[in-house]
Ligand binder design. Sequence first.
Ligand code: FEO
Length: 394
Amino acid sequence: MLPVKVSEGVHWVGALDPQLRVFDIIMKADHGTTYNAYLITGGDKIAVVDTVKAPFYEDFIANIRSLVDPRDIAYVIVNHTEPDHSGSLARFLEDAPNAKVVCDRQCKNFVKNILNRDVDPMLVQDGDVLDLGGGTELRFIHAPFLHWPDTMFTYYGKDGVLFTCDFLGAHYCDDRIFDDLVNDYSHAFEYYYLVIFRPFKKHVLEAIEKIKDLEIKVIATSHGPVLRSDPWSYVEKYRSWSLKPEPTGQKNLLVFYASAYGNTAALAESIARGAREDGARVTVMDVASTELGLMIDRIEAADGIAVGSATINGDAVEPVWYLLSHLATLNLKGKVGASFGSYGWSGEAPKLIAERLKGLKLKVEEEPLRVNLVPTAEDLREAEEFGRRIARSL
Ligand code: FEO
């Protein structure tokens, strides 16, 4: 694809990857992605912001060559060193030998280990300015943990363009490039936030605070559409998703279950009933039919979770492990954890879940509640009492 003019002094020179379906092993990319890189020609000196994933280098350098001679490029700004943006840096420096690498000081070792040679980058820190001549400057904004420690934004004030790398991006491939031209991609935008930025809400809010007074006409992200229709509306979405919910004054327990024949589900309902009687606000969710993002959002705001599973082949079932495998990036310390389940002959699942909850730093004080096959009325009363005790410990 040919370069696209973003503003008077900025061109998109990235690459499209419409076939991608899984990103970084764990992330769905149903609509492919783009690796956005930018060429700034508005000053006396030419700069590139980010490169592209290594297999897409030829697209990227062809775009640059159609506009300038790479040997005339003075700077390559590395906003973030994950290889989907820096993977072709080594080849780029061969074609653009006069380009100085510019990066945050956190980034220096990453760059060295990507290039596998000593480099002497220009290290910048929050608020530093790089003069490109002709009344043109780049300002750097340190934005740590969005989503690596190295991340920074670059602001090209002359045209009001903020380069934010992954921040406000989306895995969504469309050669029309701009948000006002592509179809509705809000689902991809939100999914990207949920997977990449939700663990870093505090840093999201801090970064928004840093950019709030900038005059921004375009937000040039590194994946998906370039945001020019109403850039601040996207920032506001990130802000609202990152704010803590207002406290309700009531303790909040989530009861998750996976049930083969309704027995573990019956325990879940009894636990919930008992916890409610003790004053907790309780939500029961079937992990096999509830959207992962919703469960994670609720867990983040909860005071405790009880997780139940049938035991099949000596283990908890896959939807339970799927949920538990996505909790490592949440801060769960101090939340209460408990486990339960109905079983046929061995009943390992509740114990295995309890171990995992402890590993995630939840406070697990109750012995796992285990019931053989169909719960009796006595078993259900015991489950209610189990729920009451959990509610009291929240
Ligand atoms: Fe798109 Fe964190 O790299």
